[in-house]
Design a binder for this molecule. Structure first.
Ligand code: NAP
Length: 544
């Protein structure tokens, strides 16, 4: 209609005979200017009818090869206006030769326009309304009641309709609705036990539980009774009208744990348990001592097993705070990861045996907890290998879900969707495929493009600068692989000191082949006495 109004010569593509007839009879478009949108034959048709000149404007909603054929129909200085999204979302490429004709490619997305340039959007709508008031138009309208909403969408999806689909709401129409869940209410007639509840996430969860109506909270940790915040925690909860009972207990000590539980269970039955105890002792597996292994395994494996054995009956929920590393792995944390795998398996075991259990695999939590307190950049490191930073409010929602669904077994969170797998191995696993976002863009894409330009940076740099760049890149690579922060990689030591064996050296070689040079061997990597020496060897090979 608009094209007709401005006096344009119109060429159209249609998908059916019915639509073709509609254009001829309603808009008077000559039959020889109407082509099929089902294949690229419209290109020949348009070129023939315009004596090889092409058209000045293409308004496109076709995808794939049909989009390219539309672009090829442009006359010099023509404009291609893209209304579709499929190709750009899938990151498809275009044959650029058309642009030697000084073509313009303009993509339209009114949703983005409305969100990001609301003023322009508003002005555009006003213009459109003015046009509609002026132009004589005749658009068929297919109308659906709001109770038939899904039917309307199905019709739209089928692409067989002509004109507009309108949804009307009339009195008496039925609509499907999701009823809001009632806010959760914890019982005042029971107690809740939080192991590791004096610190970090455990303490935050205790506060949340107080807000949901809990009146008795038993918070235990090894040093609860001597903790410097002992008094202030009791006073804080008293202020909420909650009795907080703080008891020192190592969760690996079953008899002590049983005594505490029996002390309270007699008067106030324990209705829910949260296991939040953790100790970290990160190290590359090759360098990990038995002591480091046991310190981490103890509270999570023995401690969780003790809780499982003690709490066999009458619980509303049994929640274990596990980690996303138990699902994705993290090379500097074999002990922690193993402990998390045990916790996840135990939760499933309980559920199979008719007992409540949810193991929550968390990513990296900001603001509170062990990662937030750490001086090493745990957040930055895990973020760079695809973990998602979660704030406590998200954890409360998960906790609520786990309490509402006490037999869920496992709740995995804390991983980021991505657009490019980059060097992150778990992203290549089919079980995470649904997190891949076609056409999305995240920092990993930026990282990938940075990697692409790494070679260019080396070429442009002086020998000294290049050496520094390489050392920095090698340190980053190792830090990522071994789950360490870059400050933990001593550049003066051979790479083997950090656990680079022939297998890991093979991976590093692949990275170097992709990003720097093909010349480097596994032997070069394992023989180099420092990161600097390896950088020199790479530079020598790169120069050839
Ligand atoms: N923070 C994160 O980013 C993150 C990410 C993923 C998963 N998680 C999981 O979330 C949970 C809580 O982590 P968080 O960051 O809150 O840790 P946190 O702040 O270090 O708190 C851990 C608590 O566990 C207690 N604890 C350690 N060993 C114990 C034992 N043997 N017996 C009894 N209590 C013990 C500690 O107190 P004492 O030293 O006094 O015993 C402390 O109160 C952990 O299960 C962790 O794996 C955390």
């Amino acid at each position: 209609m608009i094209a007709k109004d401005v006096g344009a010569k119109i060429f159209a593509t249609v998908s059916s005979e019915e639509k073709r007839n509609f254009l001829i009879t309603t808009y008077g478009i000559p039959p020889e200017q109407i082509f099929s949108s089902r294949d690229t034959s419209f290109y020949d048709g348009v070129m023939k009818t315009t004596q090889g000149k092409g058209v000045d404007i293409v308004l496109n909603s076709l995808a794939g090869p049909l989009l390219q054929a539309g672009l090829d129909c442009l006359a010099p200085f023509g404009r291609f206006i893209e209304l579709g999204k499929r190709d750009s979302q899938l990151g498809h490429t275009l044959n650029m030769s058309q642009f030697t004709n000084v073509a313009s490619y303009i993509s339209i997305d009114i949703v983005q326009l409305a969100i990001k340039k609301s003023r322009v959007f508003q002005d555009s709508l006003c213009e459109v309304m003015k046009l509609l008031n002026r132009i004589q138009y005749d658009i068929p309208i297919l109308s659906f009641g709001i109770s038939e909403l899904s039917k309307a969408f199905r019709k739209l999806q089928g692409g067989t309709h002509i004109g507009k689909i309108v949804v009307n709401a009339k009195e008496g129409d039925n609509i499907k609705a999701i009823t809001a869940l009632k806010p959760i209410r914890l019982t005042a007639n029971g107690a809740y036990l939080i192991v590791g509840g004096l610190k970090g996430i455990g303490l935050e969860m205790a506060r949340w539980m107080a807000r949901q109506g809990a009146k008795t909270l038993i918070l235990i940790s090894r040093s609860a009774e001597t903790d410097e915040n002992h008094e202030s925690i009791i006073a804080e909860f008293a202020g909420y009208g909650v009795q907080a009972i703080l008891r020192s207990c190592d969760v690996t000590d079953k008899s002590n744990l049983e005594n505490i539980v029996q002390d309270y269970a007699a008067n106030t039955p324990i209705r829910g348990v949260i296991q939040s105890a953790v100790v970290l002792q990160d190290s590359i597996f090759e360098n990990m001592s038995l002591e480091q292994w046991n310190k981490v395994i103890g509270p999570k494996v023995k401690g969780t097993k003790n809780l499982h054995e003690i709490f066999q009956n009458n619980l509303d929920f049994f929640i274990i705070l596990s980690s996303a590393t138990a699902v994705l792995g993290n090379s500097g944390q074999t002990n922690y990861t193993t402990a998390g795998v045990y916790q996840d398996a135990l939760a499933r075991y309980r559920v199979q045996n008719g007992l409540p259990a949810v193991s929550m695999n968390l990513g990296v939590v900001s603001g509170v907890g062990i990662a937030a307190r750490s001086t090493a950049d745990i957040e930055g490191r895990l973020n760079s290998i695809g973990y998602r930073i979660q704030d406590p409010s998200e954890l409360f929602k998960m906790l609520e879900t786990a309490i509402r669904n006490p037999y869920l077994g496992q709740l995995i969170t804390g991983v980021k969707p991505w657009a490019e797998p980059g060097d992150i191995s778990w992203r290549r696993e089919p079980r995470f495929a649904s997190l891949w976002q076609a056409g999305g863009s995240d920092e990993d894409v930026k990282k990938a493009s940075k990697q692409l330009s790494f070679k260019a940076q080396l070429l442009e740099s002086t020998k000294e600068e290049g050496h520094e760049l390489l050392v920095e890149a090698l340190v980053m690579w190792m830090a990522n692989i071994f789950g360490l922060s870059s400050s933990e990689i001593n550049k003066e030591l051979p790479l083997t000191a950090f656990g680079v064996d022939s297998l890991v050296a093979g991976e590093l070689r692949n990275w170097l082949v992709k990003n720097v040079t093909t010349g480097i061997t596994i032997f070069d990597i394992v023989q180099s006495q420092s990161t600097g020496e390896l950088a020199t060897r790479i530079q020598e090979k790169f120069a050839k």
